[in-house]
Design a protein around this ligand. Structure first.
Ligand SMILES: [Zn+2]
Length: 499
C-alpha cells in the first residue's frame, strides 16, 4: 500500500497583532518533497518509516512545515503552502491512504479553518475511497468540515504533549485497517461548551486520560471503540468552532460512539471547577519562594502568559522586574526573545561586562524594558532545545548573561517556549543549584522541569495568554460557554447530562 504523509501546522493566536509569515515556517522547519530533510520532522518521519517498513507499505512524504504560533497566517502564504502540499499529493498518485499530522487551530487571514479546507481539498484529489487520517494537537478547533472530510481524527491525549508519536502510531494502524476494509470508522462528537485549560499532569485529568484509553479496544477496552479524543480547544483563537469537544470513533456503531462521547462530556463538565488551574499572584509566588528552606530544590515558576508556543512574544519583563525590585537573586530565567540584545552580547564576547537593555520591546504585553549590568557567560551560534519526540527546536544564536545580583538570563534569536532543560544547561547554566527557574511556557516545560523542582507555580502575569476565559474578546465565537456563563446549556439546547 502506498501512503502519503504531509503537514502544514501552526496554532494561531487571533488576538496577536503580528501575522505569521513564510519566515515563521522556514525558521521552525520546512521539509520539501523534492530533496527535503528537516531535523524538526526527523522523529515523525523515522517513526512512520518504521511503521511502513513493518507492514511492507510504501511511504511518500510531501511538504511538512510548522511555524511558531503568532497571529493569522498571511493569506498568500497559506495558499502557497496549501497548493504545494496538494501538488505533492497529485504527483504521488495513486495512493491508498493519507496521513496528515496537523494542529487543528490554524487560521489564515481569510480562512478560519485551515485544516478543514486542507482536508477537503485533499479529499477532492484522492476521492471518497481513500481513507484520510488526521492527527491533531489537543488544542484544536474541531469543525464539521474536518469531521466530514476526514475518516479519522485522533488528538494527543497528554498536555504536555508527550504522546505525539504514540498517537501517530495509533492513527497509522487505524488508517491502514480502514484502507484494508478491516474497520469502518464512524465518529460522534459532543460539544462541551467550555473554554478552559486542562493539565493532564495532575488529577482529575490524569484519571480522565486513563479512562479515555481504557475505553479503547487497543488498550483492552471494547474492540468496537477505535479511538477516543478530548480536544481541549485553543482559547485564544476567535473562530466559531473554538471550544472543548469530546469525540469517539467506533467501528460502524454510531450509537455506541455517541453514547460514550456524551458520557465523557458529562465527566468533563462535572470536574470543571477542579480542573480549572487559577494562576497565582506574582507576589504570592515570590513570598513562597523566599520562604523555601535553604538547600531546597528549585521552584519552577511558569510565566504562562508570555508563552511563545501560544503566540506571545516571549520578551515580557514583569517577573524579571519584580525579582529585581524585591532583591531576589539566584534565579535563572528564559527564554527572552531579544535579537538586539543577543547581537550586542555576541559582538562583545564571553567575559564582557556592560549595561544591557533586555526585553519589553514588542508592545504593551511585553512590559517595559529592563536595564541590567550583565556579564556575558556563554554564546551559542546555533542553540537548540529538545522538543517532543526528540526533535531539536532551533533557538538561533543565543547567549547566557548573568547579573551581579545572581540572575541568569537566556536570550534567544528564535521565539521559543521553554521545553527542555537543555535550553539552560546547553549554555552551561546549572539548574539544580538555582533557587528558582522562571520559564516562559504554559505547560510543556512540565515534562522535563517538574522532576527537578521542589514546586511548580503558575504565575498570574499580564500578557497575551493570561488566563481570563470569562473576558476573552470573542467576536466570532458564541458567548454561550463556561465559565463566561454558569450554565451554557440553559435556554440553548439540552443539558450535558441529558443524552
Ligand atoms: Zn497544544
Amino acid at each position: 500500500m502506498r501512503v502519503f504523509v504531509a503537514s502544514i501546522a501552526t496554532e494561531t493566536n487571533t488576538f496577536a497583532s503580528l501575522p505569521t509569515g513564510l519566515g515563521g515556517f522556514e525558521a521552525m522547519g520546512m521539509r520539501r518533497r523534492a530533496g527535503g530533510h528537516s531535523a524538526a520532522f526527523a522523529p515523525v518521519e523515522a517513526r512512520l518509516a518504521q511503521l511502513a517498513a513493518a507492514g511492507a507499505h510504501e511511504l511518500v512524504v510531501g511538504l511538512m512545515t510548522f511555524a511558531q504560533p503568532l497571529g493569522p497566517t498571511v493569506q498568500a502564504v497559506w495558499e502557497a503552502l496549501r497548493d504545494e502540499l496538494l501538488a505533492d499529493l497529485r504527483a504521488s498518485l495513486p495512493v491508498q491512504a493519507v496521513i496528515l499530522p496537523l494542529h487543528g487551530a490554524m487560521v489564515a487571514e481569510a480562512c478560519d479553518d485551515c485544516e478543514g479546507e486542507l482536508i477537503e481539498r485533499v479529499r477532492a484529489v484522492v476521492g471518497p475511497g481513500v481513507p484520510i487520517g488526521v492527527e491533531l494537537d489537543l488544542h484544536c478547533h474541531v469543525s464539521e468540515r474536518m469531521l466530514t472530510q476526514a475518516d479519522l481524527l485522533v488528538a494527543y491525549k497528554e498536555y504536555p504533549h508527550t504522546d505525539v508519536l504514540e498517537r501517530l502510531e495509533e492513527l497509522w494502524d487505524l488508517v491502514i485497517a480502514t484502507a484494508e476494509r478491516r474497520v469502518r470508522p464512524v465518529t460522534a462528537v459532543a460539544d462541551c461548551r467550555m473554554v478552559s485549560f486542562w493539565h493532564t499532569t495532575r488529577e482529575p485529568m490524569t484519571g480522565f486520560v486513563r479512562r479515555m484509553k481504557a475505553l479503547e479496544g487497543r488498550h483492552g477496552g471494547d474492540p468496537r471503540v477505535l479511538s477516543v479524543s478530548f480536544g481541549h480547544g485553543f482559547p485564544w483563537g476567535d473562530v466559531a468552532d473554538n471550544g472543548a469537544k469530546v469525540w469517539v470513533v467506533a467501528d460502524g456503531d454510531h450509537a455506541l460512539a455517541a453514547r460514550l462521547a456524551a458520557q465523557l462530556r458529562a465527566a468533563v463538565w462535572d470536574m470543571r471547577e477542579q480542573t480549572h488551574a487559577a494562576p497565582v499572584a506574582l507576589d504570592s509566588v515570590l513570598d513562597a519562594l523566599q520562604a523555601l528552606p535553604v538547600g531546597s530544590r528549585p521552584m519552577v515558576i511558569a510565566d504562562r502568559a508570555d508563552n511563545a508556543g501560544g503566540g506571545a512574544m516571549s520578551d515580557s519583563t514583569f517577573v524579571l522586574r519584580r525579582l529585581i525590585e524585591r532583591g531576589i537573586g539566584d534565579v535563572a530565567l528564559g527564554a527572552f526573545w531579544d535579537l538586539g540584545a543577543v547581537r550586542c552580547c555576541r559582538d562583545a564576547g564571553v567575559g564582557a561586562r556592560f549595561a544591557l537593555r533586555v526585553g519589553g520591546k514588542c508592545g504593551p504585553a511585553s512590559g517595559e524594558p529592563v536595564d541590567l549590568e550583565v556579564t556575558v557567560r556563554a554564546i551559542a551560534p546555533a542553540h537548540t532545545q529538545r522538543g517532543f519526540g526528540g526533535a531539536p527546536q532551533p533557538c538561533g544564536p543565543s547567549v547566557w548573561v548573568s547579573t551581579s545580583s545572581g540572575l541568569d538570563l537566556v536570550l534567544v534569536s528564535e521565539r521559543q517556549q521553554v521545553l527542555g532543560t537543555d535550553l539552560f544547561s546547553g549554555l552551561g547554566i546549572d539548574l539544580r543549584s538555582r533557587r528558582a527557574i522562571v520559564v516562559k511556557s504554559s505547560q510543556h516545560f512540565h515534562a522535563e522541569f517538574a522532576p527537578l523542582a521542589s514546586a511548580v507555580q503558575y504565575v498570574d502575569t499580564p500578557g497575551l495568554l493570561r488566563i481570563d476565559m470569562e473576558n476573552l474578546p470573542f467576536v466570532k465565537r458564541s458567548p454561550h460557554y463556561w465559565p463566561r456563563v454558569p450554565d451554557p446549556w440553559k435556554g440553548h439546547g439540552a443539558a450535558p447530562h441529558g443524552n
